[in-house]
Design a protein around this ligand. Sequence first.
Ligand code: A3P
Length: 379
Amino acid sequence: MFLFFRDGLTPIPLPLYSQISIFMTHLSNYGNDRLGLYTFRKLVKFLQTWTHLKLQTLPPVQLAQRYFQIFPEERDPLWQDPCEDKRHKDIWSKEKTCDRFPKLLIIGPQKTGTTALYLFLGMHPDLTSNYPSKETFEEIQFFNGHNYHRGIDWYMEYFPLPSNTSSDFYFEKSANYFDSEVAARRAAALLPKAKIITILINPADRAYSWYQHQRAHDDPLALRYTFHEVITATHNAPLKLRVLQNRCLVPGWYSTHMDRWLSHYHPSQVLVLDGQMLRTEPAAVMDKIQKFLGLVNTVNYHKILAFDPKKGFWCQLLDGGKTKCLGKSKGRKYPDMDSDSRAFLKEHYRDHNVELSKLLYRIGQPLPGWLREELLNSR
Ligand code: A3P
């Protein structure tokens, strides 16, 4: 057993079965509280005299290494909601407030219309989006990757200082959250009351759109291999191609990813949108979202969105009748998917789609139109 203590204030019952016990109080007590140290020394002496316990310690760095060897799952921090516990909130600096965290996350997945939704939400006077990331010019991508280690102050900086009227409702969208192994757990630890929106389109179309997106971004592998070659690559294929294949196909395993989010968030906090409907009837979808968020001011999106025939999509209607649409990278023109790939993906996603339908039934949310069609056609 290892015993590590920086300073001790209150006598703490020693957990005998723990391999490592860490005792710590706030450092500020260290200089002032001699009684704490005295008590601790006495406690150690008592244990050495009256028990057969063998106490050991190590210098801090070695002890940390030993600790993380035993508890590798604790290597990653997990930022908790600082306002959950009044004592934590009280020691937080006065300028900081949990109102500066988002109350809504658009989690993706990529290529389902997340940017359009982000634009439409930003048109609502009561909703405020994050500032664009300096690195990606768009998404913050806090919960899924290395940014998480930059801490919650870094995250908060992406949102304006809340006004005192405090009807602020911040939101952010990072489309990679959906299929990230870690994002749901991390998001739920920091934002347990947040609402979560995901958009689902036919996973086959999503995979194809993603492939086209990679080609448009000059991904050399996506330029080298056809879509069919990417999705059908076997175990013998070059590793890089397999990696590309996973990135293309795995986000479409919707039920697996949804299950993960639902193991951290109550179903009433989660809204699943039909991406096809967002594309064709965005105003109706926005009505549904406003209800889900419980917004007091309801905006009539029928009046502020307009279909732009040139773009082929719904766009923001500006004063004077002009439209502001998403840039060239959204709603790209590319050839239809070949029928062999379509057939392959139908098979590939069949079980995942069946599981998704069960999951949606379980949480009482309607099946998207494309999912109904897939299920009907797969009989
Ligand atoms: P394509 O470019 O393949 O057509 P995301 O923003 O999540 O990356 O999704 C991009 C997709 O959003 C586009 O894929 C497009 O089909 C879809 N989309 C839905 N509504 C849109 C809109 N109003 N404007 C542009 N694209 C929209």
